[in-house]
Design a protein around this ligand. Structure first.
Ligand code: ADP
Length: 261
């Protein structure tokens, strides 16, 4: 169904990533269309909307996680380059645009190795540099004090909330520019959820964060900007406060006031 009433705010601060008329197809099925948006640098942008509206599909296209799964049309511009062009090496790209998934998926390795694995893969060999990275990354997600005496413990033996913070630490150890998170707290209890949200607030000083969430309270308390999606389209994009108090589009108003979804 075509949505005729839309409102997409133009960003007047630096932009980290922009998309132009992005459409995503699974086979013949169009799951997302008309995606034109600018993601502000060093801010948290939430993607909200009813289940199945295309949030994850859109998010995954932002660092080519849809390669081999879905066809992506349109432009996704990062530092003047369209990420879908042949010149872009997807492994390099994902060093700059990292992803954290819904279910925590630490490697079946020690906490330390969870952080160092990709660094070693990309050629970092110096032991002191690796150790420093381990501490730095775990501190950034407020996990260091909880695990500093058990870095050799298997990452899978941490609690769910700790595992998810370990996955965020693993992603930021690569010093990405942009962090994509797909419902990172949906399996966590409220306390762990708050810890992850607090972590994101700290991280936005240095990273651009784009987070899919089905939890509207989470979007309203932790993001700076919000995009509301429905029927595979971006209906409205604006500052979060605006979306949740006085949105421009009736459909957004209906959704945030709980009238559907
Ligand atoms: P959301 O994240 O908002 O819940 P999704 O992006 O997961 O929505 O899904 C959007 C649409 O694309 C849904 O109709 C879903 O069934 C479909 N879809 C998602 N992933 C696939 C896939 N791998 N193959 C085919 N269809 C898919």
């Amino acid at each position: 169904m075509k949505i005729t009433e839309k409102y997409i705010r133009k960003i007047d601060t630096p932009v980290a990533l922009s998309t132009n008329e992005v459409a995503v197809y699974y086979g013949d099925k169009q799951a997302f269309t008309g995606g034109t948006i600018e993601f502000p640098r060093h801010r948290i942008t939430a993607l909200i909307g009813p289940s199945g509206c295309g949030k994850s599909t859109f998010l995954r296209s932002l660092n080519r996680m849809n390669d081999g799964v879905a066809r992506v049309e349109g432009q996704i511009m990062y530092h003047g380059l369209d990420i879908n062009t042949a010149a872009v090496n997807v492994y390099e790209l994902r060093k700059h645009i990292g992803m954290v998934f819904q279910h925590p998926n630490p490697f079946y390795k020690s906490i330390r190795e969870n952080i160092t694995y990709a660094l070693k893969y990309h050629g970092v060999r110096e032991q002191d540099v690796l150790e420093q990275k381990v501490e730095e990354s775990l501190r950034a997600v407020a996990l260091w004090d909880e695990v500093k005496d058990s870095l050799d413990k298997n990452g899978r033996r941490l609690s769910g909330g700790q595992q998810q913070r370990l996955c965020i630490a693993r992603a930021i150890a690569m010093e990405p520019d942009i962090l994509l998170l797909d419902e990172p707290t949906s399996g966590l209890d409220p306390i762990s959820t708050r810890k992850v949200e607090n972590t994101l607030q700290e991280l936005k000083q240095r990273y651009t964060i784009i987070i899919v969430t089905h939890n509207m309270q989470q979007a309203s308390r932790s993001s700076d900007y919000t995009a509301f999606l429905n029927w595979g389209q971006i209906v409205e994009f604006d500052e979060t406060a605006q979306i949740f108090t006085t949105p421009h589009v009736q459909m957004t108003e209906d959704y945030v006031s709980g009238n559907f979804g």
